[in-house]
Ligand binder design. Structure first.
Ligand code: SF4
Length: 514
């Protein structure tokens, strides 16, 4: 064999760059299902099942197209990790060169480079053409900037690609329509929601589900509701369903939350995108076309395009720009452990119980549940950002490190000290009250900061500001919040600290009488 192309679980792109060079007559593909990818963080069963099911469908499709695929099935070999499996197969298959598309995880890239160096084999790392920009393109943009904010990078990509552009100007005369978006449902609730299309397991996926139950019985999460897209055809059907039925109200309600409604107006395509089953250009074009045909308003379409063309490209660029030291950052010196109930959802606060409960059931929560419920609480408690990162990487079906780490460590935990976010995303329970109906079903009161009924978010928010007052004093965007802090009497500040200490000293929830 001349060349062996390594196909990783998040690189299931039939148009990957190495296919340009490879010849099915003399070259081969290589895939491996290894336990370490499910255990280096304690992965949700649905996340493991999604990756393995998509990998097996990809293998079958490539074999049907005439490729030789050397694939190590879970349980059929002894190698614990990718590096061990690859080293064993290099010895067996004796390729002259290895190829791989840039992995989505720095750890995996280092492991593959280590194996290639050990074996004296060249490893060609190819660009990932799934993305619209490259790590080099982002570096060029970021170089010399004090702050690397999304907004100007997003505009650059809009201009470069032409999405939602009218010549040199943005369609509608604005780059950003947030003022028209991000509404709550109000008392009447979300009404009759269009149920998203699901993809019940076929025989291949069913065999994966059984393997996951057999090999990882103690891992978090459930599998009986598994219906994620696992092929490119299913991914495109999920996109079409979103464009037809939920995009028109996506912008308005993208930040809203509601009890027992995990999907609302969200697209459910993030996992398919991140495994490369779906090309982001297809999503961008379909959304723009929906606006041009009058099916969806500009504010919804721009909000969706900003998530994919802006935010997704931005976090990937930032990951490769700042790694590997980025993963160790802890700008707020947060050292607390993650409470155990993040793995069970057994917690008295309704918002957290809802967000964690649906996460364990489906491997999914939408961005505001992640940022402003589970993420916010960990920030306010002072949990070590690396522990929060490991939880997010483990429990979400769409989590690959390039996208998950900046969102968690940078955006939600302010662990990078402001490289991404201009200020910590800290808020009281009032924010959750405004954006959901959770508080109406909770025994705590978001308007109170002390006393037995006080919402733990609210107590911990004020405690967070008291703890970090000096550190945040130079941040102009924190000015209003710090001026409000200065209005607290010494007595009130003492009572807040005392209650916060009792929450933090226990399991992260208010003990009886606090
Ligand atoms: Fe969450 Fe506080 Fe609202 Fe309860 S009162 S649901 S803890 S924000």
């Amino acid at each position: 064999m001349r060349r062996l192309a390594i196909v990783l679980g998040d690189q299931l792109n039939a148009d990957a760059a190495f296919f340009d060079d490879l010849d099915p007559a003399s070259d081969a593909l290589w895939m491996a299902e290894v336990p370490e990818e499910a255990t280096h963080v304690w992965s949700h069963k649905a996340r493991i099942a999604l990756f393995l099911a998509a990998m097996r469908h990809f293998r079958d499709a490539r074999e049907a197209a005439g490729w030789t695929v050397h694939c190590r099935a879970l349980g059929a070999h002894e190698a614990p990790g990718l590096a061990d499996a690859l080293a064993a197969d290099i010895a067996r298959l004796r390729p002259e060169e290895l190829l791989v598309v840039l992995p989505g995880d720095h750890r995996v890239l280092s492991a593959l480079q280590g194996v290639a160096a050990d074996r004296g084999l060249p490893l060609r790392v190819l660009g990932d053409r799934h993305f619209i920009d490259s790590p080099e393109g982002f570096r060029e943009y970021a170089q010399g900037r004090k702050q690397i904010r999304l907004e100007y990078y997003y505009r650059l990509l809009r201009r470069r690609t032409g999405y939602l552009m009218a010549g040199k100007d943005p369609e509608g005369g604005q780059w950003n329509f947030d003022a028209d978006n991000r509404k709550a449902f109000g008392r009447q609730g979300p009404g009759l929601l269009p149920p998203p299309v699901g993809f019940p397991p076929d025989a291949v996926t069913q065999s994966v589900i059984e393997a996951v139950e057999a090999h990882f019985p103690d891992h978090p999460g459930e599998l009986d509701a598994f219906d994620w897209p696992v092929t490119p055809e299913q991914a495109r059907a999920a996109l079409r369903d979103f464009i037809d039925h939920r995009l028109p109200l996506y912008g308005r309600y993208q930040d809203a939350m509601w009890t027992d409604e995990p999907w609302l107006y969200h697209a459910r395509i993030s996992a398919a995108l991140n495994l490369k089953l779906l090309d982001p250009r297809d999503a961008l074009q379909a959304a723009e076309q929906a606006w041009r045909e009058g099916h969806a308003p500009l504010e919804a379409v721009e909000g969706f395009i900003r998530q994919i063309l802006g935010w997704r490209e931005y976090v990937r660029g930032l990951y490769w720009y700042a790694m590997p030291e980025y993963a160790e950052r802890n700008a707020l010196d947060a050292e607390a452990a993650l409470p155990d109930w993040y793995w069970t959802g057994d917690v008295p606060m309704t918002c957290l119980r809802q967000a964690i409960g649906q996460t364990l059931r489906y491997g999914y929560a939408h961005h505001i549940q992640r940022l402003m419920v589970t993420g916010l609480y960990a920030l306010l408690l002072g949990v070590r950002p690396q522990a929060v990162h490991e939880w997010y990487l483990a429990v979400y079906v769409d989590a690959v490190e390039w996208v998950e780490l900046p969102n968690t460590l940078g955006m939600a935990q302010f662990g990078d000290g402001g490289l991404m976010a201009s200020k910590p995303y800290c808020a009281t329970g009032r924010y959750i009250q405004r954006m959901s109906n959770y508080c109406g079903e909770c025994r705590f009161d978001p308007g109170q900061r002390t006393g037995e009924q006080a919402c733990p978010f609210t107590t911990l928010y004020w405690d967070f500001l008291l703890r970090h007052r000096e550190r945040l004093a130079g941040n102009r965007r924190m000015g209003l919040q710090l001026r409000n802090l200065d209005r607290l009497s010494a007595e009130e500040a003492g009572a807040i600290r005392e209650r916060a200490d009792r929450i933090k000293a226990g399991d992260g929830t208010p003990p009886a009488g606090a």
